[in-house]
Write a new protein. Structure first.
Length: 288
């Protein structure tokens, strides 16, 4: 064997060893014979709430379906307030986050996102007798937000511009209660969350919707690109066969808007335009 042949052989052995090491690490962090452990804030209806038999909602049905497709024996959803979700992910307490998590450039520097799976925006809840036609109606009033969320970020950035005060709460129900007890004029959250909340309580309504082009996606640790892609494959299959649309109709009581991420399969892996996106053409390997 020539020296060149020996070097090629060594290189192939090393490459194979690296693949085996990566596969071993993936299996250790995501064991196929163990429950799939993920995290979400249970205070966001109808995405995820605590029911009599455990977590239920759009997000619960979605991740349970994904767990089956991945071949995991069951799914365990850990209830963590939004402010603690990222720490739980980085500490490897959970495999990934299944909260309705907004895609942002800043967050994509710290974690890997799947492609968009739900379209959203800013929804402003007010008391039924109050009116809100635009941001100018917030002047001199208080806006309640869920601490650490994108709603908190928006309110912080725009409080001075529109002249309102920001009140921060650990859960969405607490922010709604602030409106009901007149401590706050409005509770700001994602549009689908506020629409559902208003449908459950005649004392409140969605005063204003700000469709900003935001999207939700699942979040993974930076080293989990292969695993992210595997989960995204299942999400794409659920878009193609209509299962994701049916879940939206079941829990939100309406069909998704045209062009919504609920039914759109995106090119590549991850969110286009954000860090962590892989421009790899592929056809999702669906079981049915």
């Amino acid at each position: 064997m020539t020296l060149r042949s020996k070097l090629v052989a060594i290189a192939l052995v090393l490459a194979g060893a690296q693949v085996a090491i990566r596969a071993s690490a993936q299996e250790a962090d995501h064991p196929s014979d163990k429950p799939l452990v993920v995290a979400s804030d249970f205070g966001v209806a109808p995405w995820m709430v605590r029911g009599t038999g455990g977590p239920e909602g759009f997000g619960a049905d979605l991740i349970n379906e994904i767990g089956k497709e991945l071949g995991r024996p069951k799914v365990e959803i850990v209830d963590i307030n939004f402010s603690g979700l990222f720490a739980a992910l980085f500490a490897k307490r959970v495999e990934f986050l299944v909260n309705p998590l907004n895609l942002t450039a800043e967050r994509s520097e710290r974690m890997l996102y799947t492609e968009p799976l739900f379209t959203t925006g800013n929804g402003f809840l007010v008391r039924a007798a109050d009116e809100m036609k635009g941001f100018e109606d917030l002047k001199g009033k208080s806006v309640a937000v869920n601490r650490g969320t994108i709603s908190d970020t928006w309110a912080t950035a725009n409080a001075e511009k529109y002249g309102f005060e920001v009140q921060r709460y650990d859960t969405f129900p607490d922010s709604v209660q602030a409106v009901l007890t007149r401590r706050a004029f409005s509770a700001l959250n994602e549009i689908p969350t506020t629409v559902y909340a208003a449908s459950q309580n005649k004392a409140i309504k969605v005063g204003y919707k700000d469709f900003s082009g935001r999207n939700f996606a699942y979040a993974f640790r930076l080293e989990d690109a292969e695993y992210r892609n595997k989960v995204e494959n299942v999400i794409e299959c659920m878009k193609l066969d209509g299962r994701l649309r049916k879940l939206h109709e079941k829990w939100y009581g309406a069909t998704p808007d045209a062009g919504s991420a609920i039914e759109t399969v995106f090119f590549g892996y991850g969110p286009p335009g954000f860090k962590g996106f892989e421009p790899t053409a592929h056809v999702p390997a669906c079981k049915t």
